[in-house]
Design a protein around this ligand. Structure first.
Ligand SMILES: Nc1ncnc2c1ncn2[C@@H]1O[C@H](COP(=O)(O)OP(=O)(O)OP(=O)(O)O)[C@@H](O)[C@H]1O
Ligand SMILES: [Mg+2]
Length: 567
Protein backbone atom coordinates (compact mmCIF):
# COMPACT_ATOMS: atom_id res chain seq x y z
CA UNK A 1 0.00 0.00 0.00
CA UNK A 2 1.63 3.24 -1.10
CA UNK A 3 0.08 5.36 1.66
CA UNK A 4 0.52 3.27 4.74
CA UNK A 5 2.94 4.57 7.25
CA UNK A 6 5.47 1.87 7.86
CA UNK A 7 8.98 2.23 9.11
CA UNK A 8 11.54 1.04 6.62
CA UNK A 9 13.03 -2.38 7.08
CA UNK A 10 16.28 -1.19 5.55
CA UNK A 11 19.12 0.26 7.52
CA UNK A 12 19.03 4.07 7.31
CA UNK A 13 20.43 5.79 4.25
CA UNK A 14 22.88 8.18 5.81
CA UNK A 15 24.85 9.44 2.85
CA UNK A 16 23.99 11.21 -0.36
CA UNK A 17 25.92 8.52 -2.24
CA UNK A 18 23.65 5.83 -0.84
CA UNK A 19 20.58 7.93 -1.60
CA UNK A 20 21.38 8.43 -5.29
CA UNK A 21 21.94 4.70 -5.71
CA UNK A 22 18.14 4.34 -5.44
CA UNK A 23 17.56 6.49 -8.54
CA UNK A 24 15.84 4.62 -11.34
CA UNK A 25 14.06 6.60 -14.02
CA UNK A 26 11.35 4.45 -15.49
CA UNK A 27 9.19 7.48 -16.33
CA UNK A 28 11.85 9.24 -18.35
CA UNK A 29 12.83 5.96 -19.93
CA UNK A 30 9.41 4.63 -20.92
CA UNK A 31 7.33 7.72 -21.69
CA UNK A 32 7.89 10.15 -24.55
CA UNK A 33 9.98 13.26 -24.12
CA UNK A 34 8.83 16.37 -25.97
CA UNK A 35 10.61 15.97 -29.32
CA UNK A 36 11.23 19.74 -29.50
CA UNK A 37 12.99 19.87 -26.14
CA UNK A 38 16.70 20.23 -25.64
CA UNK A 39 18.26 17.32 -23.79
CA UNK A 40 20.23 19.58 -21.41
CA UNK A 41 17.01 20.88 -19.84
CA UNK A 42 17.82 24.53 -20.44
CA UNK A 43 14.22 25.25 -21.31
CA UNK A 44 12.87 28.05 -19.16
CA UNK A 45 10.78 30.19 -21.43
CA UNK A 46 7.03 29.89 -21.93
CA UNK A 47 6.40 28.02 -25.15
CA UNK A 48 3.98 25.55 -26.66
CA UNK A 49 4.65 21.85 -26.20
CA UNK A 50 2.79 19.89 -28.85
CA UNK A 51 3.42 16.27 -27.93
CA UNK A 52 5.28 13.97 -25.58
CA UNK A 53 4.59 13.24 -21.93
CA UNK A 54 7.29 15.32 -20.31
CA UNK A 55 9.81 18.05 -20.98
CA UNK A 56 13.33 17.60 -19.61
CA UNK A 57 14.07 20.74 -17.63
CA UNK A 58 16.60 21.76 -15.03
CA UNK A 59 15.45 23.59 -11.92
CA UNK A 60 16.79 27.06 -11.17
CA UNK A 61 18.75 26.76 -7.92
CA UNK A 62 17.71 28.85 -4.95
CA UNK A 63 20.62 31.15 -4.17
CA UNK A 64 21.96 30.81 -0.60
CA UNK A 65 19.59 28.02 0.42
CA UNK A 66 18.96 27.49 4.11
CA UNK A 67 17.42 24.41 5.66
CA UNK A 68 14.05 25.11 7.25
CA UNK A 69 12.71 21.67 8.07
CA UNK A 70 12.10 18.15 6.85
CA UNK A 71 9.54 15.46 7.56
CA UNK A 72 11.07 13.00 9.98
CA UNK A 73 8.07 10.71 9.48
CA UNK A 74 8.63 10.45 5.73
CA UNK A 75 12.40 10.22 6.12
CA UNK A 76 11.83 7.28 8.42
CA UNK A 77 9.49 5.55 5.99
CA UNK A 78 12.01 6.02 3.22
CA UNK A 79 14.79 4.74 5.41
CA UNK A 80 16.60 8.09 5.24
CA UNK A 81 18.47 9.22 8.30
CA UNK A 82 17.55 12.64 9.65
CA UNK A 83 21.11 13.93 9.15
CA UNK A 84 20.69 13.59 5.41
CA UNK A 85 18.48 16.72 5.34
CA UNK A 86 21.56 18.70 6.41
CA UNK A 87 23.95 16.99 4.02
CA UNK A 88 25.52 19.53 1.68
CA UNK A 89 24.81 17.68 -1.58
CA UNK A 90 21.32 16.69 -0.50
CA UNK A 91 20.54 20.29 0.38
CA UNK A 92 21.87 21.51 -2.96
CA UNK A 93 19.77 19.03 -4.93
CA UNK A 94 16.55 19.73 -3.03
CA UNK A 95 17.03 23.46 -3.29
CA UNK A 96 17.23 23.10 -7.05
CA UNK A 97 20.90 22.63 -7.87
CA UNK A 98 21.03 19.43 -9.88
CA UNK A 99 24.70 20.01 -10.69
CA UNK A 100 25.23 18.44 -7.28
CA UNK A 101 23.55 15.21 -8.42
CA UNK A 102 25.65 12.26 -9.46
CA UNK A 103 25.04 9.01 -11.35
CA UNK A 104 22.74 7.12 -11.37
CA UNK A 105 20.76 10.25 -10.46
CA UNK A 106 20.44 12.60 -13.44
CA UNK A 107 21.29 16.25 -13.65
CA UNK A 108 18.08 17.08 -15.46
CA UNK A 109 14.53 16.92 -14.11
CA UNK A 110 11.17 17.03 -15.87
CA UNK A 111 7.93 18.97 -16.06
CA UNK A 112 4.65 17.73 -17.48
CA UNK A 113 1.81 19.32 -19.39
CA UNK A 114 -1.79 19.00 -18.33
CA UNK A 115 -5.20 20.29 -19.28
CA UNK A 116 -7.67 22.13 -17.14
CA UNK A 117 -11.36 21.61 -16.72
CA UNK A 118 -13.51 23.32 -14.15
CA UNK A 119 -16.61 21.47 -13.08
CA UNK A 120 -16.58 19.43 -16.25
CA UNK A 121 -16.06 22.33 -18.67
CA UNK A 122 -12.87 22.24 -20.71
CA UNK A 123 -10.70 25.38 -20.70
CA UNK A 124 -7.81 26.45 -22.88
CA UNK A 125 -7.75 30.18 -22.18
CA UNK A 126 -5.53 29.74 -19.09
CA UNK A 127 -2.80 28.91 -21.58
CA UNK A 128 -1.09 32.01 -23.00
CA UNK A 129 -1.31 30.57 -26.51
CA UNK A 130 -5.02 29.83 -26.23
CA UNK A 131 -4.36 26.24 -27.33
CA UNK A 132 -3.72 24.42 -24.05
CA UNK A 133 -0.22 23.53 -25.24
CA UNK A 134 1.45 25.90 -22.79
CA UNK A 135 -0.32 24.74 -19.63
CA UNK A 136 1.18 22.37 -17.06
CA UNK A 137 3.81 22.31 -14.32
CA UNK A 138 4.82 25.96 -14.41
CA UNK A 139 6.94 25.79 -11.29
CA UNK A 140 6.87 22.12 -10.27
CA UNK A 141 9.85 20.10 -11.47
CA UNK A 142 10.41 16.45 -10.66
CA UNK A 143 14.04 15.67 -9.94
CA UNK A 144 14.21 12.14 -8.64
CA UNK A 145 12.53 8.87 -9.28
CA UNK A 146 13.51 5.64 -7.69
CA UNK A 147 12.67 2.59 -5.68
CA UNK A 148 13.09 2.77 -1.94
CA UNK A 149 12.18 -0.18 0.22
CA UNK A 150 10.16 -1.78 -2.57
CA UNK A 151 8.08 1.30 -3.31
CA UNK A 152 8.57 3.59 -6.29
CA UNK A 153 8.54 7.29 -5.44
CA UNK A 154 8.78 10.48 -7.42
CA UNK A 155 10.21 13.61 -5.79
CA UNK A 156 9.12 16.97 -7.08
CA UNK A 157 10.35 20.47 -6.29
CA UNK A 158 7.63 23.08 -6.00
CA UNK A 159 8.94 26.55 -6.73
CA UNK A 160 11.90 25.12 -8.64
CA UNK A 161 11.94 27.80 -11.33
CA UNK A 162 10.47 28.37 -14.76
CA UNK A 163 9.49 25.62 -17.13
CA UNK A 164 8.01 25.88 -20.65
CA UNK A 165 4.62 25.91 -18.87
CA UNK A 166 5.40 28.95 -16.69
CA UNK A 167 3.04 31.22 -18.64
CA UNK A 168 5.08 34.31 -17.78
CA UNK A 169 5.26 33.45 -14.08
CA UNK A 170 8.55 33.46 -12.19
CA UNK A 171 8.49 29.74 -11.41
CA UNK A 172 8.89 30.44 -7.71
CA UNK A 173 6.89 29.77 -4.58
CA UNK A 174 7.12 32.04 -1.56
CA UNK A 175 8.06 30.91 1.93
CA UNK A 176 4.55 31.64 3.20
CA UNK A 177 2.82 29.26 0.79
CA UNK A 178 5.64 26.74 1.08
CA UNK A 179 5.36 26.58 4.88
CA UNK A 180 1.61 26.11 4.52
CA UNK A 181 1.98 23.39 1.92
CA UNK A 182 4.72 21.61 3.85
CA UNK A 183 2.80 21.58 7.14
CA UNK A 184 -0.56 20.76 5.59
CA UNK A 185 0.77 17.78 3.66
CA UNK A 186 2.38 16.40 6.79
CA UNK A 187 -0.79 17.05 8.78
CA UNK A 188 -3.05 15.30 6.25
CA UNK A 189 -0.86 12.25 6.40
CA UNK A 190 -1.02 12.25 10.18
CA UNK A 191 -4.82 12.44 9.89
CA UNK A 192 -4.74 9.27 7.79
CA UNK A 193 -5.94 11.06 4.66
CA UNK A 194 -4.13 10.04 1.44
CA UNK A 195 -1.89 12.87 0.25
CA UNK A 196 1.28 13.83 -1.52
CA UNK A 197 3.95 13.95 1.18
CA UNK A 198 6.36 16.58 2.40
CA UNK A 199 10.05 15.77 2.23
CA UNK A 200 12.02 18.97 2.73
CA UNK A 201 11.74 22.74 2.87
CA UNK A 202 14.58 25.12 2.02
CA UNK A 203 14.48 28.90 1.75
CA UNK A 204 16.72 31.35 -0.05
CA UNK A 205 18.57 33.85 2.12
CA UNK A 206 19.00 36.23 -0.82
CA UNK A 207 16.20 35.82 -3.38
CA UNK A 208 12.81 37.33 -2.83
CA UNK A 209 9.78 37.44 -5.08
CA UNK A 210 6.96 39.92 -4.93
CA UNK A 211 3.34 38.88 -4.50
CA UNK A 212 0.06 40.63 -3.76
CA UNK A 213 -0.95 40.08 -0.14
CA UNK A 214 -2.90 41.62 2.72
CA UNK A 215 -1.74 44.43 4.97
CA UNK A 216 -1.82 43.85 8.74
CA UNK A 217 -5.44 43.74 9.97
CA UNK A 218 -6.81 44.07 6.44
CA UNK A 219 -10.50 43.34 6.07
CA UNK A 220 -10.40 43.49 2.29
CA UNK A 221 -11.46 40.51 0.23
CA UNK A 222 -8.57 40.93 -2.18
CA UNK A 223 -4.94 41.64 -1.35
CA UNK A 224 -4.22 45.35 -0.89
CA UNK A 225 -0.41 45.49 -0.94
CA UNK A 226 2.59 43.96 -2.71
CA UNK A 227 4.94 42.04 -0.41
CA UNK A 228 8.49 40.81 -0.95
CA UNK A 229 8.77 37.24 0.21
CA UNK A 230 11.73 34.90 0.45
CA UNK A 231 11.65 32.31 -2.35
CA UNK A 232 11.46 28.73 -1.11
CA UNK A 233 11.32 25.19 -2.42
CA UNK A 234 9.30 22.39 -0.86
CA UNK A 235 9.83 18.90 -2.16
CA UNK A 236 6.79 16.70 -2.30
CA UNK A 237 6.76 12.98 -2.77
CA UNK A 238 4.19 10.61 -4.28
CA UNK A 239 4.06 7.45 -6.39
CA UNK A 240 3.29 9.84 -9.26
CA UNK A 241 2.01 13.35 -9.82
CA UNK A 242 -0.45 12.33 -12.53
CA UNK A 243 -3.58 14.44 -12.51
CA UNK A 244 -6.94 13.88 -14.15
CA UNK A 245 -6.05 16.98 -16.20
CA UNK A 246 -3.05 15.15 -17.58
CA UNK A 247 -5.17 12.34 -19.00
CA UNK A 248 -7.45 15.01 -20.41
CA UNK A 249 -4.62 16.71 -22.26
CA UNK A 250 -3.80 13.52 -24.17
CA UNK A 251 -7.47 12.69 -24.70
CA UNK A 252 -8.11 16.14 -26.16
CA UNK A 253 -5.20 15.66 -28.55
CA UNK A 254 -6.45 12.20 -29.54
CA UNK A 255 -9.94 13.56 -30.11
CA UNK A 256 -8.74 16.37 -32.37
CA UNK A 257 -6.14 14.15 -34.11
CA UNK A 258 -3.53 16.72 -33.11
CA UNK A 259 -0.76 14.41 -34.30
CA UNK A 260 -0.45 10.85 -35.55
CA UNK A 261 0.59 9.30 -32.24
CA UNK A 262 -1.91 11.17 -30.07
CA UNK A 263 -4.07 8.14 -29.25
CA UNK A 264 -0.98 6.06 -28.54
CA UNK A 265 0.31 8.75 -26.16
CA UNK A 266 -3.02 8.62 -24.33
CA UNK A 267 -2.74 4.85 -24.01
CA UNK A 268 0.82 5.20 -22.72
CA UNK A 269 -0.08 7.73 -20.04
CA UNK A 270 -3.01 5.64 -18.83
CA UNK A 271 -0.90 2.53 -18.60
CA UNK A 272 1.71 4.57 -16.78
CA UNK A 273 -1.00 5.58 -14.31
CA UNK A 274 -1.88 1.94 -13.71
CA UNK A 275 1.75 1.03 -13.26
CA UNK A 276 2.42 3.84 -10.81
CA UNK A 277 -0.72 4.06 -8.77
CA UNK A 278 -2.73 0.86 -9.18
CA UNK A 279 -0.20 -1.86 -9.84
CA UNK A 280 -0.79 -3.70 -6.60
CA UNK A 281 -4.57 -3.70 -7.11
CA UNK A 282 -4.83 -4.58 -10.82
CA UNK A 283 -3.83 -7.93 -12.24
CA UNK A 284 -1.13 -7.39 -14.86
CA UNK A 285 -2.24 -10.41 -16.85
CA UNK A 286 -5.72 -9.00 -17.47
CA UNK A 287 -6.38 -7.68 -20.98
CA UNK A 288 -5.78 -3.92 -21.14
CA UNK A 289 -9.50 -3.19 -21.63
CA UNK A 290 -10.30 -5.11 -18.46
CA UNK A 291 -7.54 -3.31 -16.62
CA UNK A 292 -9.27 -0.05 -17.53
CA UNK A 293 -12.52 -1.30 -16.03
CA UNK A 294 -10.65 -2.16 -12.84
CA UNK A 295 -8.98 1.22 -12.91
CA UNK A 296 -12.33 3.00 -13.15
CA UNK A 297 -13.64 1.08 -10.14
CA UNK A 298 -10.53 1.63 -8.04
CA UNK A 299 -10.24 5.33 -8.82
CA UNK A 300 -13.92 5.78 -7.99
CA UNK A 301 -13.36 3.98 -4.72
CA UNK A 302 -10.30 6.05 -3.81
CA UNK A 303 -11.76 9.38 -4.86
CA UNK A 304 -15.04 8.92 -3.01
CA UNK A 305 -13.19 7.73 0.11
CA UNK A 306 -10.83 10.69 -0.17
CA UNK A 307 -13.58 13.27 -0.33
CA UNK A 308 -15.45 11.62 2.54
CA UNK A 309 -12.23 11.92 4.52
CA UNK A 310 -11.95 15.59 3.60
CA UNK A 311 -15.39 16.21 5.04
CA UNK A 312 -14.55 14.16 8.08
CA UNK A 313 -11.54 16.31 8.97
CA UNK A 314 -13.01 19.65 7.87
CA UNK A 315 -10.77 20.11 4.82
CA UNK A 316 -11.74 22.25 1.86
CA UNK A 317 -9.42 21.94 -1.16
CA UNK A 318 -10.74 25.27 -2.42
CA UNK A 319 -10.05 24.72 -6.11
CA UNK A 320 -10.86 21.12 -6.93
CA UNK A 321 -10.34 21.41 -10.68
CA UNK A 322 -9.28 18.45 -12.77
CA UNK A 323 -5.69 19.73 -12.72
CA UNK A 324 -5.66 19.62 -8.93
CA UNK A 325 -7.19 16.13 -8.82
CA UNK A 326 -4.51 13.44 -8.50
CA UNK A 327 -5.37 10.41 -10.62
CA UNK A 328 -3.97 8.23 -7.83
CA UNK A 329 -6.80 9.44 -5.59
CA UNK A 330 -4.85 11.45 -3.02
CA UNK A 331 -4.83 15.11 -1.98
CA UNK A 332 -2.69 17.39 -4.15
CA UNK A 333 -1.95 21.13 -4.37
CA UNK A 334 -2.19 22.81 -1.01
CA UNK A 335 -2.63 26.39 -2.17
CA UNK A 336 -6.18 27.64 -1.77
CA UNK A 337 -7.14 25.16 0.94
CA UNK A 338 -8.43 25.70 4.44
CA UNK A 339 -9.94 23.80 7.36
CA UNK A 340 -13.40 24.62 8.58
CA UNK A 341 -13.54 26.23 12.02
CA UNK A 342 -17.01 27.78 12.38
CA UNK A 343 -19.27 25.16 10.85
CA UNK A 344 -20.51 26.27 7.46
CA UNK A 345 -21.33 23.79 4.69
CA UNK A 346 -20.39 26.54 2.22
CA UNK A 347 -17.02 27.25 3.82
CA UNK A 348 -14.56 28.37 1.12
CA UNK A 349 -11.37 30.15 2.18
CA UNK A 350 -10.16 30.94 -1.33
CA UNK A 351 -11.70 34.15 -2.63
CA UNK A 352 -11.40 32.95 -6.23
CA UNK A 353 -12.96 29.55 -5.59
CA UNK A 354 -16.67 30.21 -5.48
CA UNK A 355 -19.37 28.15 -3.88
CA UNK A 356 -19.01 25.23 -6.28
CA UNK A 357 -15.68 24.27 -4.67
CA UNK A 358 -16.89 24.91 -1.12
CA UNK A 359 -16.73 22.43 1.79
CA UNK A 360 -19.87 20.33 1.32
CA UNK A 361 -19.85 20.71 -2.46
CA UNK A 362 -16.66 18.72 -2.77
CA UNK A 363 -18.49 15.46 -3.54
CA UNK A 364 -20.03 17.20 -6.58
CA UNK A 365 -16.69 18.68 -7.61
CA UNK A 366 -15.20 15.20 -7.32
CA UNK A 367 -17.89 13.77 -9.55
CA UNK A 368 -17.17 16.42 -12.19
CA UNK A 369 -13.49 15.46 -12.07
CA UNK A 370 -14.36 11.79 -12.22
CA UNK A 371 -16.50 12.49 -15.25
CA UNK A 372 -13.51 14.05 -16.99
CA UNK A 373 -11.39 11.03 -16.10
CA UNK A 374 -14.07 8.76 -17.58
CA UNK A 375 -14.33 10.88 -20.69
CA UNK A 376 -10.54 10.90 -21.17
CA UNK A 377 -10.06 7.15 -20.82
CA UNK A 378 -13.18 6.07 -22.74
CA UNK A 379 -11.69 6.34 -26.27
CA UNK A 380 -9.28 3.56 -25.33
CA UNK A 381 -12.26 1.21 -25.05
CA UNK A 382 -13.79 2.05 -28.42
CA UNK A 383 -13.38 -1.51 -29.72
CA UNK A 384 -14.42 -3.28 -26.54
CA UNK A 385 -18.19 -3.10 -26.25
CA UNK A 386 -18.48 -5.27 -23.16
CA UNK A 387 -15.75 -3.54 -21.19
CA UNK A 388 -17.16 -0.19 -22.27
CA UNK A 389 -20.54 -1.06 -20.86
CA UNK A 390 -19.03 -1.91 -17.48
CA UNK A 391 -16.86 1.18 -17.61
CA UNK A 392 -19.91 3.39 -18.22
CA UNK A 393 -21.80 1.69 -15.43
CA UNK A 394 -19.05 2.51 -12.97
CA UNK A 395 -19.24 6.14 -14.07
CA UNK A 396 -22.99 6.30 -13.58
CA UNK A 397 -22.69 4.73 -10.13
CA UNK A 398 -20.46 7.52 -8.84
CA UNK A 399 -23.11 9.47 -6.94
CA UNK A 400 -24.35 6.39 -5.14
CA UNK A 401 -20.83 5.26 -4.24
CA UNK A 402 -20.09 8.77 -2.96
CA UNK A 403 -23.24 8.78 -0.86
CA UNK A 404 -22.30 5.47 0.71
CA UNK A 405 -18.87 6.74 1.65
CA UNK A 406 -20.36 9.86 3.17
CA UNK A 407 -22.91 7.92 5.18
CA UNK A 408 -20.25 5.60 6.52
CA UNK A 409 -18.10 8.57 7.45
CA UNK A 410 -20.90 10.41 9.27
CA UNK A 411 -21.85 7.25 11.11
CA UNK A 412 -18.23 6.89 12.26
CA UNK A 413 -18.03 10.52 13.37
CA UNK A 414 -21.15 9.97 15.43
CA UNK A 415 -20.11 6.62 16.87
CA UNK A 416 -23.00 4.86 15.14
CA UNK A 417 -22.94 1.55 13.35
CA UNK A 418 -25.41 2.84 10.79
CA UNK A 419 -26.16 6.21 9.25
CA UNK A 420 -29.32 7.81 10.66
CA UNK A 421 -30.70 10.35 8.15
CA UNK A 422 -33.14 12.15 10.45
CA UNK A 423 -30.73 12.43 13.34
CA UNK A 424 -28.07 13.69 10.95
CA UNK A 425 -30.32 16.33 9.42
CA UNK A 426 -31.31 17.62 12.83
CA UNK A 427 -27.67 17.75 13.87
CA UNK A 428 -26.61 19.80 10.84
CA UNK A 429 -29.30 22.31 11.67
CA UNK A 430 -28.28 22.51 15.32
CA UNK A 431 -24.61 22.84 14.40
CA UNK A 432 -25.43 25.76 12.11
CA UNK A 433 -27.77 27.42 14.60
CA UNK A 434 -25.16 27.23 17.35
CA UNK A 435 -22.25 28.18 15.07
CA UNK A 436 -20.16 25.29 16.35
CA UNK A 437 -16.45 24.92 15.83
CA UNK A 438 -16.32 21.85 13.59
CA UNK A 439 -13.35 20.18 15.28
CA UNK A 440 -14.06 21.15 18.90
CA UNK A 441 -17.68 20.08 18.55
CA UNK A 442 -17.06 16.55 17.33
CA UNK A 443 -14.23 16.04 19.77
CA UNK A 444 -16.35 17.17 22.71
CA UNK A 445 -19.17 14.96 21.45
CA UNK A 446 -16.71 12.07 21.52
CA UNK A 447 -16.87 12.30 25.31
CA UNK A 448 -20.55 11.31 24.96
CA UNK A 449 -22.05 14.10 27.06
CA UNK A 450 -25.64 13.88 28.20
CA UNK A 451 -26.03 17.63 28.69
CA UNK A 452 -25.61 20.41 26.15
CA UNK A 453 -23.56 22.42 28.66
CA UNK A 454 -20.64 20.09 27.96
CA UNK A 455 -20.72 21.06 24.28
CA UNK A 456 -20.85 24.80 24.77
CA UNK A 457 -17.12 25.33 24.71
CA UNK A 458 -17.42 24.56 20.98
CA UNK A 459 -20.14 27.18 20.28
CA UNK A 460 -19.30 30.55 18.79
CA UNK A 461 -22.66 32.02 19.83
CA UNK A 462 -24.71 32.08 23.01
CA UNK A 463 -27.64 29.73 22.59
CA UNK A 464 -31.26 30.37 23.62
CA UNK A 465 -33.07 28.13 26.11
CA UNK A 466 -35.17 26.82 23.20
CA UNK A 467 -32.10 25.84 21.26
CA UNK A 468 -30.65 24.20 24.37
CA UNK A 469 -33.81 22.18 24.68
CA UNK A 470 -33.50 21.01 21.09
CA UNK A 471 -29.93 19.97 21.82
CA UNK A 472 -31.05 18.02 24.89
CA UNK A 473 -33.60 16.09 22.93
CA UNK A 474 -31.15 15.47 20.10
CA UNK A 475 -28.53 14.23 22.57
CA UNK A 476 -31.01 11.83 24.06
CA UNK A 477 -31.98 10.33 20.68
CA UNK A 478 -28.35 10.13 19.68
CA UNK A 479 -27.24 8.43 22.89
CA UNK A 480 -30.04 5.89 22.54
CA UNK A 481 -28.80 5.00 19.06
CA UNK A 482 -25.10 5.01 19.96
CA UNK A 483 -25.54 3.07 23.19
CA UNK A 484 -23.67 -0.08 22.10
CA UNK A 485 -25.06 -2.08 25.00
CA UNK A 486 -23.72 0.54 27.39
CA UNK A 487 -20.03 0.21 26.49
CA UNK A 488 -19.50 3.95 26.29
CA UNK A 489 -15.75 3.68 26.65
CA UNK A 490 -15.53 1.79 23.42
CA UNK A 491 -17.85 4.18 21.57
CA UNK A 492 -15.86 7.14 22.83
CA UNK A 493 -12.51 5.63 21.87
CA UNK A 494 -13.76 4.90 18.36
CA UNK A 495 -15.21 8.37 17.95
CA UNK A 496 -11.89 9.90 18.94
CA UNK A 497 -10.28 7.99 16.09
CA UNK A 498 -12.68 9.65 13.66
CA UNK A 499 -12.67 13.10 15.26
CA UNK A 500 -9.23 14.71 15.58
CA UNK A 501 -8.52 16.93 18.54
CA UNK A 502 -6.06 19.21 16.78
CA UNK A 503 -6.88 20.93 13.54
CA UNK A 504 -5.36 23.45 11.19
CA UNK A 505 -6.26 26.90 12.48
CA UNK A 506 -4.97 29.49 10.06
CA UNK A 507 -4.45 32.13 12.79
CA UNK A 508 -2.02 29.74 14.48
CA UNK A 509 -0.20 29.10 11.20
CA UNK A 510 0.28 32.78 10.26
CA UNK A 511 2.73 33.51 13.13
CA UNK A 512 4.77 30.45 12.10
CA UNK A 513 5.38 31.61 8.55
CA UNK A 514 5.86 35.20 9.70
CA UNK A 515 8.50 34.06 12.16
CA UNK A 516 10.06 31.86 9.46
CA UNK A 517 10.36 34.90 7.21
CA UNK A 518 12.60 36.36 9.94
CA UNK A 519 14.74 33.23 9.90
CA UNK A 520 13.27 31.64 13.02
CA UNK A 521 11.73 28.21 12.47
CA UNK A 522 10.71 27.42 16.04
CA UNK A 523 6.99 27.71 15.45
CA UNK A 524 7.13 25.74 12.21
CA UNK A 525 8.68 22.90 14.16
CA UNK A 526 6.21 23.27 17.02
CA UNK A 527 3.33 22.99 14.56
CA UNK A 528 4.89 19.96 12.94
CA UNK A 529 5.01 18.29 16.34
CA UNK A 530 1.46 19.20 17.36
CA UNK A 531 -0.16 18.47 14.00
CA UNK A 532 1.83 15.26 13.71
CA UNK A 533 -0.40 13.69 16.40
CA UNK A 534 -3.84 15.12 15.76
CA UNK A 535 -5.82 12.41 17.56
CA UNK A 536 -3.72 12.37 20.72
CA UNK A 537 -4.54 14.31 23.86
CA UNK A 538 -1.02 15.85 24.13
CA UNK A 539 0.23 18.09 26.94
CA UNK A 540 -1.96 20.62 28.77
CA UNK A 541 0.07 23.53 27.37
CA UNK A 542 -0.60 22.26 23.84
CA UNK A 543 -4.30 21.96 24.59
CA UNK A 544 -4.45 25.49 26.01
CA UNK A 545 -2.83 26.95 22.93
CA UNK A 546 -4.24 24.84 20.10
CA UNK A 547 -7.59 23.44 21.24
CA UNK A 548 -9.43 26.74 21.12
CA UNK A 549 -12.09 28.68 19.33
CA UNK A 550 -10.89 31.22 16.80
CA UNK A 551 -10.53 34.61 18.55
CA UNK A 552 -12.87 37.29 17.20
CA UNK A 553 -10.01 39.41 15.79
CA UNK A 554 -9.44 36.71 13.18
CA UNK A 555 -12.88 36.81 11.64
CA UNK A 556 -13.07 38.65 8.34
CA UNK A 557 -9.32 39.01 8.36
CA UNK A 558 -7.51 39.07 5.00
CA UNK A 559 -4.86 36.34 4.83
CA UNK A 560 -6.44 34.45 7.76
CA UNK A 561 -10.14 33.82 7.24
CA UNK A 562 -9.82 34.15 3.49
CA UNK A 563 -7.08 34.61 0.94
CA UNK A 564 -6.52 34.94 -2.76
CA UNK A 565 -4.57 32.06 -4.30
CA UNK A 566 -1.34 32.51 -2.46
CA UNK A 567 1.44 31.28 -4.64
N1 LIG B 1 4.88 31.58 -9.91
C1 LIG B 1 4.54 30.74 -10.89
N2 LIG B 1 5.33 30.59 -11.97
C2 LIG B 1 5.01 29.74 -12.96
N3 LIG B 1 3.90 28.99 -12.97
C3 LIG B 1 3.07 29.09 -11.93
C4 LIG B 1 3.34 29.97 -10.84
N4 LIG B 1 2.32 29.86 -9.95
C5 LIG B 1 1.46 28.95 -10.47
N5 LIG B 1 1.90 28.48 -11.65
C6 LIG B 1 1.25 27.48 -12.49
O1 LIG B 1 -0.09 27.84 -12.66
C7 LIG B 1 -0.95 26.71 -12.63
C8 LIG B 1 -2.09 26.92 -11.67
O2 LIG B 1 -1.57 27.26 -10.40
P1 LIG B 1 -1.96 26.53 -9.05
O3 LIG B 1 -1.87 27.55 -8.00
O4 LIG B 1 -3.11 25.62 -9.20
O5 LIG B 1 -0.80 25.47 -8.96
P2 LIG B 1 0.37 25.26 -8.03
O6 LIG B 1 -0.06 25.51 -6.64
O7 LIG B 1 1.60 25.91 -8.50
O8 LIG B 1 0.57 23.81 -8.42
P3 LIG B 1 0.32 22.33 -8.06
O9 LIG B 1 -1.04 22.02 -8.59
O10 LIG B 1 1.44 21.74 -8.85
O11 LIG B 1 0.48 22.12 -6.59
C9 LIG B 1 -0.09 25.52 -12.28
O12 LIG B 1 0.08 24.77 -13.42
C10 LIG B 1 1.20 26.14 -11.80
O13 LIG B 1 2.33 25.34 -12.13
MG1 LIG C 1 -2.50 23.43 -9.03
Amino acid sequence: MPYSSKPSAEPGITTFDAFVQRADYSLMDTLNADPDATSDGNDHRARQVFSGHFVPVTPTPLPDPEYVTHSSALFKELGLSDELALDEQFRRVFSGDLAAAQEPMRQVGWATGYALSIYGTEYTQQCPFGTGNGYGDGRAISVFEGVIDGQRWEMQLKGGGRTPYCRGGDGRAVLRSSVREFLAQDYMHALGVPTSRSLTLYVSKSETVTRPWYSQNSHYTDPDIMVDNPAAITTRVAPSFLRVGQLELFARRARSHAHTTALEELRMIVSHLIEREYKSDIHQNLAFADQLVELAGLFRQRLTALVANWLRVGYCQGNFNSDNCAAGGFTLDYGPFGFCEVFDPEFQPWTGGGQHFSFFNQPNAAEANYHMFWKAVRPLLADHAEALEQFDKIRSGFAEAMQQQLEQMWAAKLGLTEFQPTLFKQLMQLMSDSAVDYTLFFRELSHIPDAVSALKKSFYVKTSPQLDEQWQSWLKSWRDLAANGGDWAEVSAKMKQANPKYTWREWLIVPAYQQAMQGDYTLVKELQAVLGHPYDEQAQAVEDKYYRLRPSAFFNAGGVSHYSCSS
